[in-house]
Design a protein around this ligand. Sequence first.
Ligand SMILES: Nc1ncnc2c1ncn2[C@@H]1O[C@H](COP(=O)(O)OP(=O)(O)OP(=O)(O)O)[C@@H](O)[C@H]1O
Ligand SMILES: [Mg+2]
Length: 394
Amino acid sequence: MTAAVIVDHVSKRYRLYHERNQSLKASLLRGRRARYEDFMALDDVSFEIKEGTTFGLIGENGSGKSTMLKCMARILRPDGGSITTRGKVSALLELGAGFHPELSGRENVYLNGAILGLSRREIDALFDEIVDFSGIEQFIDAPVKNYSSGMYVRLGFAVAINVDPAVLLIDEVLAVGDQEFQNKCTDKINQFRSEGRTIVVVSHSLSSVGDLCDEAALIEHGHLVKVGPAAETIDHYLSEILSVDPATLGIARRSTGEIKLQGVELLSINGGAPDVVELGETVTFRFHYDVKESVESPVFGMSLTSSEGTLVTGTNSKEQGLSTKVSPGRGYVDLVVPRLLVAKGRYHVTGTIYDSTQKTPIHEVGNLHTFEVVEGALRTSGITSLGGVWRAGA
Ligand SMILES: Nc1ncnc2c1ncn2[C@@H]1O[C@H](COP(=O)(O)OP(=O)(O)OP(=O)(O)O)[C@@H](O)[C@H]1O
Ligand SMILES: [Mg+2]
């Protein structure tokens, strides 16, 4: 398989000056001797990212993730080693990176486009789509220094995805956008994945890295600690660096890749607001999956956890004798609940796919979906309703 990005023995040094808060007199007295220290933000890091895959970079604050992404985007030049990329690279880096504060949103779109090698005419052709995706049309002629962080990210992401990149780099920042925009970004990222583009994401959300990424690298104090399948890298990070037992966390840490859960859709007969269900209502949990290799009789499992973290209930498709073979492509299974009888509140859905023996989880996602139960005609105290029927005695 061809590599989209080759990181070859990359080192990056920052120079830290110690004189910032000293008086002019003190620095004059010291003469021209500079007081600085070299700091290795990246130290001899090598790995490869295969074309068409989604790759995660994880690690603690200050470990060097953003520095690595900036080197890939050619905003920073490594002091040692080299990075080879295949095809056009576009990036959504830390807030404001790549934007000139005094220029308007419009001017910044042209500036960024030019940096990415597009001609004025090419940007003209893309301009409307970029502004449309960003949703900040009203502010496009205002200087970006007056933008809110969400507006920055909207415009930055809109540019990054509309220039037809072969490799898309995304640094954390997407979390700044509101829910609606984040959903739009997730859809776009999924579209990019299915189009076979290469994506590199930096994130502190291990569940989204586990969910999105095929492989991941763990960086610690500028050193590469581990690179490999995302699930393994995440487990290593959890157990070796954060000292927590991965088994106690319900994040998407186990995935062998044949079949992946993509999301849950809640369908209710009454068709109220999305993700709001009335106590006692009939509701269908539709689990969408994407299959790479056929799986014989997978077992689908789901459990509900309350917002306080209490496991409320769980069930799986084998209990009900559902046996189905899944073939490559996308599909779904439904869990129909005739009367949803859990107390009002917010619930998180964990989704699991096991192989037919139920011993090996193929994919597990701890927070696949969140929904809200509200009281309507039916009320309850405690954590669940019995749903019983009262009858008058003789
Ligand atoms: N321009 C700079 N000058 C000096 N030091 C820098 C500079 N940029 C980053 N650093 C330092 O380099 C190290 C790595 O920074 P980097 O931003 O790559 O970390 P990160 O892994 O992205 O962290 P976070 O998770 O907090 O975003 C940190 O110690 C940081 O303080
Ligand atoms: Mg960073």
